[in-house]
Design a protein around this ligand. Structure first.
Ligand SMILES: Nc1nc2c(ncn2[C@@H]2O[C@H](COP(=O)(O)OP(=O)(O)OP(=O)(O)O)[C@@H](O)[C@H]2O)c(=O)[nH]1
Ligand SMILES: [Mg+2]
Length: 326
């Protein structure tokens, strides 16, 4: 007998779609998983005894994926304590405990991007080439699919062809793009875009900005100026300020979070290009930053639109750890 709905009410189609998305996620994280497999794969080879070799291999694997020294040490200490107290009988139990510890550390980072104003102004900031403009293109489609109207602002007036790149995304999604020429004042573009979004009752205004290194004071000052100008129009704006990070950048991500937060008060992160990197562990290092908690709204695990995924701590950790066919 065939049924198209399971007891939980999830249709086969939903199931297939979910399995497809899960597959993409796993594929996107394959490099980090391969790096972890040396230490983690051993845990699942049967009901083996836990010894120092097993723990050492695990420690090395965590360090190699950029989980960071402090976080790795804390996790290993936790696990060693459980072993000493004989709470873990074999490597399978160790695996389960490791998974729990990793999920616990990432859970504080998990928060959706909330659209709370109209127009809700979202700035995308970050260093050069991290995926700001591409993320805006992908999100424009997503928001539209949720029934929201979208407008794009070409605030990157610096790089040649940046305006064209954003306009191409606008055309593809059939959303308006507010732009001036290359070399014009970014703050003035964003000012115009805000007025226009308000006049047209647009729900979400996605603002592209030029890539800049966090240590270049002059460029960071320009970003602050754009921020100030929008505030003059709406004291709550920008309602979201998202730092886009290249997932392959490793520990430098921490300095980017710190300095961009200092300049423009970050409200969220997008971590892109995790598919090209074996260092997805950097999310744990971000979660462990002492003075800043900025949630991760999305992660990028590939170049297609479905490869921008909501960040969910348990799904992410599962995709990193679970062995299987790749
Ligand atoms: N593999 C992979 N590539 C990505 C991902 N996100 C973005 N890219 C690629 O990264 C490249 C740079 O993307 P852009 O969106 O132009 O980056 P940007 O931050 O706007 O760059 P600037 O404006 O020059 O600072 C493009 O080739 C994108 O297709 C991802 O999650 N995975
Ligand atoms: Mg760009």
């Amino acid at each position: 007998m065939s049924e198209d709905t399971s007891e939980s009410g999830v249709t086969d189609k939903d199931g297939a779609e979910k399995a497809g998305l899960w597959g993409r996620m796993r594929k996107g994280l394959a490099k980090t998983r391969a790096q972890l497999a040396v230490g983690v794969g051993n845990l699942l080879l049967g009901e083996r005894e836990i010894n120092d070799d097993v723990l050492e291999e695990l420690e090395t694997a965590l360090l190699l994926t950029d989980v960071g020294i402090e976080t790795t040490e804390a996790i290993m200490k936790d696990l060693a304590g459980q072993v000493a107290r004989q709470e873990l009988n074999d490597t399978r139990a160790l695996y389960a405990s490791l998974k729990n510890l990793l999920v616990q550390r990432l859970e504080p980072l998990q928060r959706r991007l909330e659209i709370s104003h109209q127009p809700h102004v979202v700035f995308f900031v970050g260093v050069n080439g991290v995926g700001k403009t591409t993320t805006i293109g992908k999100l424009a489609k997503r928001f539209q699919a949720e029934g929201r109207s979208v407008m794009l602002a070409a605030g990157d007036t610096f790089r040649a062809a940046a305006v064209e790149q954003l306009k191409a995304w606008g055309d593809r999604n059939d959303v308006p793009v507010i732009a001036q020429g290359q070399g014009s004042d970014s703050a003035s573009v964003v000012y115009d875009a805000y007025e226009s979004a308000r006049a047209r009752d647009v729900d979400v205004l996605l603002v592209d900005t030029a890539g800049r290194l966090q240590a270049k004071t002059q460029l960071m000052d320009e970003l602050k100026k754009v921020h100030r100008v929008v505030k003059r129009l709406d004291s709550d704006a920008p309602h979201s300020v998202i730092l886009v990070l290249d997932g392959g950048v490793g520990q430098n991500a921490l300095s980017q979070v710190e300095l961009f937060d200092e300049a423009v008060d970050l409200t969220g992160l997008v971590i892109t290009k995790l598919d090209g990197s074996a260092k997805a562990g950097v999310l744990f290092a971000i979660a462990a930053m002492p003075d800043i908690t900025v949630p991760v709204h999305y992660i990028g695990v590939g170049e297609s639109i479905d490869d921008l995924r909501d960040f969910e701590a348990d799904v992410f950790v599962d995709a990193l750890l679970k062995p299987g066919d790749d």
